[in-house]
Design a protein around this ligand. Sequence first.
Ligand code: GLN
Length: 253
Amino acid sequence: MCRHLGYLGPAVPIAGLLDGPSGLLRQTWAPADMRGGGTVNADGFGVGWYPDDDGPPVRYRRAVPMWTDAGFAQVAASTSSRAVLAAARSATVGMPVVDTACAPFAEGRWLFSHNGRVTGWPDSIAPLAADLSTVDLMTLDAPTDSAVLWAMVRRLLRAGAPVDDALAEVVTAVAAAAPDSRLNLMLTDGVTIAATTWWHSLATFTGPDFVVVASEPWSPDPEWVQVADRRLVTATLSPTPAVRVRALGSADK
Ligand code: GLN
């Protein structure tokens, strides 16, 4: 069931976000909490990071296990960033193992990832996908549930929705159309990270000058906080690093 992480803070080498004792790299071959099946996350990986010049994020993704890509390890060790979204993939049965099925999905300033699966895909959410334009459907990154979720989120973002509202709306609609789906989504614009829990694991870490949102803690530090199920998390640095957690589909908790 895939893993993902988002980071906002001072510029740090990307490798430092992946290589921790229980970091995303280790989670590709020894994840601790694979609710919903799978044993490794070896069907690909991707990392998106925001460059110093405030330009759009740079994205790298490949359908190989992260530990096999020595070239990327060098890039990650020598590239620093203040905002990163990274993901490792365990493909859902029946979905292709190709570069373009790996998160992060990207457009403009946005980076998106999905941990989980849409039950009954594709029929269960076909009625929702009917709201997408023909061009959206023809330009899906890949024939996967995650790519359709991204097209739905992207449509709301293009219409001006804030990152947290876009995720909440899509999770609520998909959960209604496809009950029992696992819908841990993560989205960032480089300033805010929004993430959902819907039947899958998520933890946050609020440091003195950084915030992290991740499927699994990458270290044993007691500062990691597990997020309850069916929540919408919003993490920002300004005015101080903070994580806000709201119940999905109802008032503030
Ligand atoms: N269902 C998605 C895919 O196959 C995500 C997989 C996962 O979270 N394991 O790409």
